[in-house]
Design a protein around this ligand. Structure first.
Ligand SMILES: NC(=O)c1ccc[n+]([C@@H]2O[C@H](COP(=O)([O-])OP(=O)(O)OC[C@H]3O[C@@H](n4cnc5c(N)ncnc54)[C@H](OP(=O)(O)O)[C@@H]3O)[C@@H](O)[C@H]2O)c1
Length: 162
């Protein structure tokens, strides 16, 4: 099973603010929807709370250490390894790790593909993507989008592999 990370970050690696996203990027949301539809997506409990009900058609795996946390529409795993096992046992071919900061940090060493949206701005953020060595990664594709009615900022959607 391929483990892929999907993230949107600003120039400083910022990914979140006060439990939500620091921007609205309509074209990136559309890309995310198409990419992940029908697949297992794995996320932290905080990201689950922020996206509750907004990910129809995806099979949700939520990481939490709280044994009492039992969302109606997701499977819960107490560790990253247990989350991976759930997707693997279901026959998933590509698992998408979709955040947030804590879960990206745990899963980055296991990932061989990165769907990286680089937001060409510096925004206020309190959650960051972990530092990573871009020289380990090969650029497979890149598509650029411009700010406008749909998107708060210019951004580029890149696919990286290692
Ligand atoms: N820009 C992007 O691409 C993007 C994507 C996703 C999220 N975000 C943003 O990121 C922020 C949330 O990130 P975050 O780092 O605060 O939270 P998070 O990673 O979404 O969730 C953290 C929670 O997940 C559980 N958890 C994390 N690692 C675990 C592990 N190894 N084993 C078991 N449980 C684990 C814990 O839940 P319990 O406390 O229940 O034990 C922990 O409190 C939000 O602002 C969100 O909007 C941005």
């Amino acid at each position: 099973m391929q483990v892929s990370l999907v993230v949107a970050m600003d120039r400083r690696g910022g990914i979140g603010l006060r439990g939500g996203m620091p921007w609205h990027l309509g074209d990136d949301l559309r890309h995310f929807r198409r990419l992940t539809m029908g697949h297992h997506v794995l996320m932290g409990r905080v990201t689950y709370e922020a996206t509750a009900g907004k990910l129809p058609g995806r099979k949700l795996i939520v990481l939490s250490r709280d044994a009492g946390f039992q969302p109606p529409d997701a499977q819960v795993a107490g560790s990253l390894a247990a989350g991976l096992r759930l997707a693997e046992a279901a026959g998933e071919d590509e698992l998408f790790v979709i955040g947030g900061g804590q879960v990206f940090a745990a899963a980055l060493p296991l990932a061989s593909r990165l769907y990286l949206t680089r937001v060409h701005a510096e925004v206020e953020a309190d959650t960051f993507f972990p530092d990573f060595d871009e020289s380990e990664w090969r650029l497979v594709s890149q598509r650029d989008y411009t700010a406008g009615e749909r998107n708060d900022f210019d951004f580029s959607v890149m696919v990286l592999e290692r």
